[in-house]
Write a protein that binds this ligand. Structure first.
Ligand SMILES: NC(=O)c1ccc[n+]([C@@H]2O[C@H](COP(=O)([O-])OP(=O)(O)OC[C@H]3O[C@@H](n4cnc5c(N)ncnc54)[C@H](OP(=O)(O)O)[C@@H]3O)[C@@H](O)[C@H]2O)c1
Length: 331
């Protein structure tokens, strides 16, 4: 494993972070534990979760993933950097979601209880809540940090200009500052290269991209004309299956994947390993958040850490996917 400084902080994390959103719905607890064991054996010391996980879960199951992670961490909490998120809908009341002071203060306590810990290392806004004033959110997060419930704070799914605004407000108000961004980033979704990554570089923010394999599409295992019977692009993950299909299951993406398979094949490496190595090769990237629904899937992804892409091969991958720097940011 390789390790890197987490943006401007004094913290060091593994360059691969284990994502957990399949745990508790697509992946049973015993399999989830094997996935965490396998990642830990390989030196992964950074775990990402969220209060709303499992992915695609209904209100009846939200929180289950944090409970699974909390049980696995029992007795070894201090060996891991633990990140979670809030903002998603956690209950029936209108205030059981969002980035209001009321919800964030409730949400952190509920996450800590499920995770069976007194603190998280990184507390992230899962998305941008435009209906709550930024100052209110920043003050609530500052309270959480000052009470020792979170060591650092970060954001996910923020547009660059909103993050820039938030950084300015926290500096003006002398509040805890965001130290990281968690954006979607892969060979089929490169929009963050235009504004968010330059901002992160200027502000020395840690960048921890999710979805590096486009939910598995960049393993090359799917065919456009053959609907999968299980996994990320099906109802196994509830309504999220539809979301992933809408994001990636298109003729254009499948044609690109054929090109990418050819490029990866030139070096004798799998498309999965090459795609993840491409994300890690971006100097802005601190740690890539990988996902798995079975422990054996980690073999290829964990091995990507040692794959240094030849600059000519990287240039070909960049060139073959340049169109994905632009497009509909909502898809
Ligand atoms: N902040 C956010 O809004 C947000 C959004 C999404 C994810 N995340 C975080 O990022 C983590 C990772 O995201 P992701 O799961 O979408 O990452 P990903 O790496 O793009 O996709 C992982 C999925 O690809 C398939 N896969 C992976 N390795 C494989 C292999 N070797 N062979 C065949 N299939 C393989 C598996 O799906 P199947 O087995 O189902 O095919 C696996 O669950 C999440 O767990 C979560 O912590 C955050």
């Amino acid at each position: 494993m390789q390790y890197r400084k987490f943006g401007s902080t004094g913290l060091t994390v593994s360059r691969l972070c284990l994502g957990t959103m399949t745990f508790g719905l697509q992946t049973e607890e015993d399999v989830s534990r094997s996935i965490m064991d396998r990642a830990a054996e390989a030196g992964v010391n950074f775990i990402d979760t969220a209060d709303v996980y499992p992915l695609g879960g209904t209100e009846a199951v939200v929180g289950r993933t944090e409970e699974i992670v909390g049980r696995w961490l029992a007795g070894k909490r201090e060996h891991y950097i633990l990140a979670t998120k809030a903002v998603g809908k956690m209950g029936p009341a209108p205030w059981d979601q969002g980035a209001s002071r009321k919800h964030l203060l409730d949400a952190i306590d509920a996450s800590l209880k499920r995770l069976n810990t007194d603190y998280v290392d990184l507390y992230q806004l899962h998305s941008d809540d435009r209906e709550t004033p930024l100052d209110e959110t920043l003050e609530a997060l500052d309270t959480i940090v000052r009470h020792g419930k979170a060591r650092y704070i970060g954001v996910s799914n923020f547009l660059a200009y909103r993050l820039a605004l938030a950084l300015g407000r926290s500096d003006t108000l002398l509040l805890a500052r965001f130290v990281s961004v968690q954006p979607r980033y892969n060979l089929l979704f490169r929009q963050i290269e235009r504004e968010l990554l330059p901002l992160a570089a200027d502000e020395n923010l840690a960048v921890i991209p999710y979805n590096p394999l486009a939910g598995g599409l960049l393993t090359g295992k799917h065919r456009h004309d053959a609907a999968p019977s299980e996994g990320r692009f099906t109802a196994t993950v509830g309504k999220a299956g539809e979301m992933y299909t809408q994001r990636y299951w298109h003729e254009r993406e499948f044609q690109t994947i054929e090109k990418l398979k050819g490029i990866a094949g030139e070096s004798g490496e799998s498309l999965a390993k090459t795609s993840l190595a491409w994300v890690l090769a971006n100097p802005a990237v601190t740690s890539a958040i990988i996902g798995a629904s079975r422990p054996e899937q980690l073999t290829d992804t964990l091995a990507a850490i040692d794959l240094a892409l030849d600059p000519a091969l990287k240039a070909k991958l960049d060139e073959a996917t340049v169109e994905y720097r632009f497009g509909d940011a909502t898809r």
